[in-house]
Structure formats: C-alpha cells, structure tokens
Design a protein around this ligand. Sequence first.
Ligand code: OSB
Ligand code: MG
Length: 368
Amino acid sequence: MKLERITLREIRMPLVSAFETSFGVTAERRILLVEIAGEGVSGWGEVTATEGPFYNEEFTDSAWHVLKHFSIPNVLALPLASANEAPARWRNLRGNHMATGGLEAALWDWEAKLQSRPLHDLLGGVHQEIPCGVSIGIQPTVEQLLEAIAKEVAAGYQRVKIKIKPGWDVEVLDTVRERFPRLRLMADANSSYTLADKARLKMLDRFYLMMLEQPLAHDDLIDHAKLQQYIQTPICLDESIRTPHHAEQAIELGACRIINIKLGRVGGFRAARAIHDCCQAAKIPVWCGGMLESGVGRAHNIALSTLPNFVLPGDVSASKRYWIQDIIHPEVEVSARGTIRVPSAPGVGFEVDRQRVEYLTVRKESFP
Ligand code: OSB
Ligand code: MG
C-alpha cells in the first residue's frame, strides 16, 4: 500500500440537542478526522475522544498532539502492507487509543477501497442489517425523559438506554417502567457509583433491565465482579475494557455478562476484533457503543457491527438524531424496524462530503 499523505483536521459540529451524562454536558463536538491519501484513493477515520478528559484520559487536543508527534510519524516511517499491521507501529505508545484508533480506522477504510471491497467484507462481517438502539442523556425533568423515550420508540428503535447517576436513578426508572412496561430498556451510569452503593444498585433489579452499563470506576474489574455476584441485572462493561487483555480478565473474574465495544476506546479494528473473538468464545454477547460520532465514525461503527457476535442493538443510530447536516452521503438512516442496512460500496460505503468538511474545519495539517 503506497501511502502518500496523511491529513489531520479538526471540525466543529453543534449537536441537535445537548447530551448530558454523569460526567458532564456536551453541546458542540470538536472532532478530529484523519484522511489517508495514496494510490488515488482516500480513507477516512474519526477520533472519538471527547472535548475534555472526562470519559477517559483523552481529549481532542491530546489526540491531536499524540497523532502529530507519535502515531503519524510511526506510520509514515516504513511502508505498510495492511491496516492490520498498523497497531504494531505504535506498540511503544501507552494508552491514547482514541487517537491511534482514528488513524487505524482510516487505514482500514483506505485498504478496503484499494481492494474495491466493502470494509465489512474485509473485516469478515456477516450481518447485512444491524439492530439499533438509542442512548438518551440525562434530561432536565422526568417528563422530558418520557417524551424523549416515546419519540424514539415511535421511530422504531429496538432498545432504549438512559443515562443514570446518583440522584437520577431509581425514582426515574420507576416512572419510565410504569409508562413503558415492555420496553427493552437499559441504564448507563458512566462510573458514577462505588461498591458502597450496592444496595441502591440492587434496587434496579426490579426494573428487569437488559443490562446496567459501567456502574463502578472506569478502571475497575474486581468491584464489578463483586457487584455482579450481588445483583441480578447483567453488568455490561464500557470504560473498563480498553484492551483484549482487559476483556479476558473481566470474563475470568465474572465482572460482566456483556461487553460494549467502542472502536476508539480499544484503539481500532484490530483490538475490537480480538475482543469480539474472545467474547464470542466465552459466550459473552457484545454490542457497538457510540461516542456522538459524525458520519465518518458512525460508518465505521456500522462496519464493526457486522461481526457475528454483535447480537444486541448498539448505540449506532440515525445521523439526524445528532446533526442538522451530517458530513457523509447518504446520511445514516434507520428503518421503521429499528435497523440500519449495511452499505455495499467499497470501504465504509458512505461518501465524505468534502465541501461540508472543509466548511466545518477549524485547523488542518498534512504529513509529511
Ligand atoms: O458511555 O456510552 C457512553 C456518549 C459519550 C460518551 C460516553 C457514552 C456516550 C453515549 C452516547 O452513551 C452514545 C451515542 O449515541 O453515540
Ligand atoms: Mg457507556
């Protein structure tokens, strides 16, 4: 593969509505896009880091720095035979998975396009249609939450995830369950509890949630294993699973029964596939998480979700839930059955709207 140029850019995109989690509110995204150009073809990737170091240690500006000074020079240093080899180039870097993951994802898109194959095919995907859920942020009032859920249910989404935190949990879920007794429902705490809250978390059992996502510390496995012993609701890990090794350890400890795989959090497709395979062997179902991505990251999430053990609805939903106008053509659309049809064009299968990207760009740098 003859790589000619890597272009890094930052775009700013206001969200259609602000998104609140236990760690803060996001109204505007600052997204880094990576473009790989070579042999007359471009591959695109998205860095999924948040604006501040609140979900994990990474943030937009740290990712720019790591890409510019470490990951990009390592990729440009020697010819590359495949995207699958790329992670070996930054073996010497610790963490910063979202930065390198955006570059890795761009290389996969580029390689698939060089071979005129859809990315899901290159990855070994099997699903042609993927089941979709939505993630609904903390709302100003419970009434607004009920309205937001009703809207997504009417749109056909297959499951609803709500964000919880201490002070926005049992009473809220009581009201939601009363109004939507049969809804496939789950809750994501984004690490806002400790094991000292176990009695409170056990109260969630009565809501027969599909799962409780990342209740305890972002870097913990052992307390999650203790909590899983104590509650009936299946625990799903998000933040705690950064490497295939973490997935193996979590499974061995019984720290979760489900894993949410995010391409950025684990550093790209190679690691995501390894975690997928390890979960599949252990009969742990997985689903694809979201990071409020633009169309570029969304398209990668769709490709990832075609792997066989992605059997639960993911947080991969329609472009219009996030953006007035997305940066890809066509935009991601969800059927009335709550599914996304996997595209069959080469690479991720969506076209990047260069004009729109150019318009949204606030900084840009090319290498070499
Ligand atoms: O924990 O899954 C999460 C958004 C930002 C940071 C963390 C998370 C989320 C979401 C949104 O839940 C998922 C999405 O709709 O992209
Ligand atoms: Mg989560």
